[in-house]
Design a protein around this ligand. Structure first.
Ligand code: BGC
Length: 752
């Protein structure tokens, strides 16, 4: 009893201390084991924990492991590796660390497992298009099961960077332009990777990256700086990171970019004041590849030593591959006791993570060759990949109900080199994905349409036109191959590359009905194509089950219900063009005779808006209303009915707008969504519960809730709003979390 009371008292004391220290960074203490270890470590051994070496390259895992590396492990001068994998290989390295090094500290093995390890799922942008957090969560779970069976403890995923500029090639790796959708998807992936707890051997530690505002790169050029306001940072770019931290993400990665002249790896305000002090996040922060040494290129450090010191002071725990910590920190720490305290802190965090992963007690459990082979690409994993792929497809246009294809469709021309490009389906990060694992479109289509005659042609115009002429219907596959998006893959021209637009025009000129299948990792500016083609299906890069999933949707076995997680522009020069824009004193007017905020040479709308996606059936919305609940929250509900003859799914989207506030607020902001299934004729009431904190405004260091009206809009996309209602926030208040990272509970009930 006494002991319980003492524990309660000491807990209360701890809480009080933490609260008091909110602005002073309370020194964190590890478990007795971690503290005992730390007390025995030399400075060199502590630095060793902060050193992450590449054990290979992405395409040649383990290739850099040699006797030098083994000696480094024995000497305790490395704490983690990236680009090593395989149960045997990791077991061998772990054995050296655990048996031959002085303090027997196990190693951490990390890798970029981004959308699958062996079973490759759709690229992240595609999975965000599912508007179903269960999709990326399951993908992350499968990836964790496979990766952990290959000896890995850690993935550098999810990338939760908000991206509003499709010129930026890495837009493919994230969840698109919206901080609310991005927060939901971020948390889902962390849950998937880390499962019920990191001490379970089928889990891997998640990394929220790249902290922060990497997606705001000027001009969409990768690695360029982000010149954004503090409010944009807090309201748009940080919420998904907060959501990942709240979900318990074990690690964060700093970003390559600077914000307002401060490179992330030297940004104390971001890495310490925001992440550690304000958010109380206890995990381990890793640098991006070589980015500590690159502080010199940013012009904020003169030498490698200065760069290392700057990064450690800013809060970078682990130096990924640059060698700056390994080569220079010891001398600096010996000179400066303050640095020693920071070194202790960083080393402690690495040890705490190793403990959280269960590595001190079970260093080899994830490296079990008997388990490894059986874990990969199982039928269940493939089935999950197929479902994810089908749920990620977006029907952008379907004039005259051209899709789904009639089962009797006789002669089909499948045109475009991308149709045969299985390699591209693996996307820009493919971990251990194999091209041979991809089920491509042609055989899947033949299996789904056994009575059709299917002829193929590549991108050469004469052959494409000839094939189109012989066919009753054309499936025209165009877009970008996988290597046009991803890191360092920024493009200034968002049109179809090469001769693809000309080829598409020539095929459309034949007058045959054309269904366009887009394959791409970013929004494309395909204004002309979208005007001319009667049907367009956005298929992204869908992973190992791409072919069957596309065939499922083409034939109507699956009714598409993906929605765009990012707007498509009409022209390359019209980006960034997020839907959640601030109002202007001169709002865009369709009449160019008025001087308003618009381009003279383009319509005022995006080509396809955020949230857009069609179905083979039709949904109506009615009875949208909002009412206050006694606990200070608000319940908004709407009735959605499937009016068509096919079963289908609708993504009910809830947007909000604060019409009069102390500062201009976006014209609409997503604040809730729910993907629901409806049989023909079926109706459901969908309800969302909102709290005032979800409308808080970042203002001088706090989340300010302002009294007044909030307008709500419900609809099928950000531009297809079907109902409006409003409620009032009665009093001022203060929120505790980023508004966009607060999830809106939703429910559905059948209507009789
Ligand atoms: C990327 C990171 C990645 C790291 C390790 C960097 O170039 O920016 O996203 O995790 O490499 O491969």
């Amino acid at each position: 009893m006494l002991r319980r009371l003492m524990t309660a008292l000491s807990m209360a004391f701890c809480l009080a201390v933490t609260a008091l220290a909110a602005n002073a960074q309370a020194p964190v203490r590890g478990s007795p084991r971690v503290e005992a270890l730390l007390a025995r470590m030399t400075i060199a051994e502590k630095i060793g924990q902060l050193v992450q070496m590449p054990g290979g390259r992405q395409k040649a895992l383990n290739s850099r492991i040699d006797d030098n590396e083994r000696a480094r492990i024995r000497a305790g001068r490395v704490g983690s590796y990236l680009n090593v994998a395989g149960a045997e290989a990791t077991r061998e390295l772990q054995r050296i660390a655990v048996e031959d090094s002085r303090l027997h500290i196990p190693l951490l093995f990390g890798m970029d497992v981004i959308h699958g390890y062996r079973t490759i799922f759709p690229v992240p942008l595609a999975m965000a298009a599912s508007w179903d957090p269960a999709v990326p969560e399951r993908a992350a779970r499968v990836a964790a099961t496979e990766a952990s069976a290959a000896g890995l403890h850690w993935t550098f995923s999810p990338m939760v960077d908000i991206a509003r500029d499709p010129r930026w090639g890495r837009i493919v790796e994230g969840a698109g332009e919206d901080p609310y959708l991005g927060s939901v998807m971020a948390a889902a992936q962390v849950r998937g990777y880390q499962g019920v707890g990191l001490d379970r051997t089928d889990t891997i530690m998640a990394t929220a990256k790249h902290f922060a505002a990497y997606g705001a790169a000027m001009g969409g050029r990768d690695y360029a700086g982000a010149d954004i306001s503090q409010r944009s940072l807090e309201e748009i770019y940080l919420p998904p990171f907060y959501a990942a931290a709240r979900e318990g993400a074990g690690s964060f990665m700093a970003a390559f970019n600077e914000i307002g002249g401060v490179p992330a790896h030297a940004n104390r305000a971001l890495l310490r004041d925001t992440l550690r002090t304000r958010w109380r996040w206890p995990g381990v922060l890793v640098s991006d590849w070589n980015a500590v040494a690159e502080l010199r290129n940013h012009g904020v450090a003169e030498s490698e030593g200065d760069a290392a010191e700057l990064a450690l002071r800013a809060g970078v725990d682990i130096d990924m591959s640059s060698g700056a910590y390994a080569d220079t920190l010891e001398a600096r720490v010996r000179r400066d006791p303050q640095l020693l305290a920071l070194l202790d802190e960083a080393a402690r965090r690495v040890l705490m993570i190793k403990e959280r992963l269960g590595l001190f007690d079970h260093p080899y459990e994830r490296s079990d060759p008997a388990n490894e082979a059986g874990a990969m690409l199982t039928p269940a994993n493939r089935a999950a990949a197929r479902e994810a792929a089908a749920r990620s497809i977006v029907l952008l246009k379907n004039d005259g109900g051209l899709l789904p294809l009639a089962a009797s469709a006789p002669r089909i021309a499948l045109i475009g080199a991308l149709a045969q490009d299985a390699n591209s389906q693996l996307g820009s990060w493919r971990a251990q994905g194999h091209v041979e694992d991809v089920h491509p479109l042609l055989p899947a289509l033949r299996a789904a349409m056994p009575h059709a005659e299917i002829e193929t042609a590549g991108d050469e115009i004469p052959a494409a036109v000839a094939a189109a002429r012989r066919a009753d219907l054309v499936l025209l596959v165009v877009g970008e191959d996988f290597d046009m998006t991803g890191e360092a893959r920024s493009r200034a021209d968002l049109g179809l590359p090469g001769n693809r637009q000309a080829m598409a025009d020539a095929v459309l000129d034949t007058g045959k009905p054309v269904v366009v299948l887009l394959m791409n990792g970013r929004p494309l500016a395909i204004h002309r194509l979208a005007e001319r083609a009667p049907a367009i299906l956005e298929t992204w890069f869908l992973g190992v089950e791409a072919g069957p999933a596309i065939a499922d949707v083409l034939t109507g076995r699956v009714n598409p219900a993906g929605r765009l997680p990012v707007s498509f522009p009409r022209a390359s020069g019209a980006v960034p063009f997020p839907y959640a824009r601030l109002p202007s004193g001169r709002p865009a007017d369709a009449d160019p005779a008025h001087d308003t905020t618009r381009y003279r040479d383009l319509p005022i709308t995006p080509l396809f808006p955020f949230g857009h996606g069609l179905s083979y059936t039709n949904f109506t919305f009615s009875d949208f209303a909002v009412r206050p609940l006694p606990n200070g929250t608000f319940r908004a509900s709407v009735i959605v009915c499937n009016d068509g003859a096919r079963a289908g799914e609708e993504v009910v989207q809830l947007y909000a707008h604060d019409p009069v506030a102390s500062v201009s607020r976006p014209i609409e902001e997503l604040r809730g969504f729910r993907r629901i299934a409806l049989a023909p004729g079926e109706a459901k009431r969908v309800s969302f519960t909102l709290s005032p904190a979800q409308f808080a405004i970042w203002d001088a260091g706090r989340w300010r809730i302002e009294p007044g009206e909030i307008q709500l809009m419900v609809g099928a996309s950000s531009a297809d709003l079907r109902g409006r209602a409003a409620f009032r926030i009665a009093g001022a208040g203060e929120g505790r979390e980023p508004a966009a990272a607060i999830f809106t509970p939703s429910s559905e009930e059948p209507i009789r």
